[in-house]
Design a protein around this ligand. Structure first.
Ligand SMILES: C[S@@+](CC[C@H](N)C(=O)[O-])C[C@H]1O[C@@H](n2cnc3c(N)ncnc32)[C@H](O)[C@@H]1O
Length: 249
């Protein structure tokens, strides 16, 4: 689990411990049943205060305030616990990257793929790598449009990897790998594409600089490398805006 995820878990845990350590003795000594709705609301309120004090972004404040009241509400629905286990496993199979590296799944759109195809056509036959390739939303259509180029997708979430593998079947110019993007050997590629999140960009750029050969191109969809001016920004015609930041090596 990544450090930010552990931090949020600790914050919510601290709020729960604080409220329960006051409420339990109080209601225990008075021989009264715990009022769980009020207790969950109190935990939500304390978690919100802690989130504000520790300057968490607004969406974390909302999550912290609502988490325990929602746990109380869901408990009232008396759903079989097996369904929660099933949902957790399913989410992990798809969103593993969000937990381990703050990179969730969302897909490159058709306009982005068209812009990438134009860029690759300008460069001639290429060896293209999609770091965190999802279900193959770039590699599959690009491989069809540019049969003289080689496309590799590296993905580490099991279910998305499997979907990408199935979609890659019958396309000889795709190599579809289940691996950690940090283990990918970038020296083997002319064009490396990343559509990840702001979190890994600085470290990823260091990796690109260390490994990618001269004349190659690193492209980041939507998330620029902090502190590095891109040589070119391709404005893709879509909403929300998804600029392609291009960094030649
Ligand atoms: C925003 S999606 C982009 C998917 C695809 N590249 C596209 O453009 O449609 C990011 C993907 O990176 C994957 N990912 C996150 N961390 C990864 C890692 N360390 N190694 C491999 N893949 C990772 C996620 O599972 C997710 O599928």
């Amino acid at each position: 689990m990544s450090a930010p995820a552990i931090r949020q878990l600790a914050l919510q845990g601290a709020a729960a411990i604080l409220v329960l350590s006051l409420a339990w003795p109080y209601y225990g000594l008075n021989a009264e049943a715990m009022p769980w709705l009020e207790t969950s609301l109190a935990i939500g309120a304390v978690a919100l205060i802690l989130a504000v004090l520790s300057r968490q972004p607004w969406w974390w404040r909302v999550i912290h305030a609502g988490f325990m009241p929602l746990v109380w509400f869901t408990h009232r629905l008396a759903i079989d616990p097996g369904w929660f286990l099933f949902a957790a496993i399913l989410l992990l199979l798809v969103y593993r990257g969000a937990l381990s590296g703050q990179v969730p799944l969302y897909l490159s759109n058709k306009q982005t793929v068209a812009a990438l195809a134009d860029l690759l056509a300008e460069r001639g036959p290429s060896r293209f790598l999609d770091l965190g390739a999802g279900i193959g939303s770039t590699t599959v259509p690009l491989a069809d449009r540019l049969p003289d180029s080689q496309f590799t997708g590296v993905e580490n979430a099991p279910l998305t990897w499997l979907v990408g593998l199935l979609l890659s079947v019958g396309r000889p110019n795709i190599r579809w790998r289940w691996d950690d993007l940090w283990q990918a050997e970038l020296a083997d590629y002319d064009v490396v594409y990343a559509f990840l999140s702001p979190a890994p960009m600085a470290e990823l750029w260091e990796k690109a600089k260390a490994e990618m050969p001269p004349g190659s191109l690193f492209i980041s969809n939507s998330f620029p490398v902090p502190g590095i001016a891109p040589a070119r920004v391709i404005e893709v015609d879509c909403q929300p805006p998804r600029p392609l930041y291009c960094y030649p090596l």
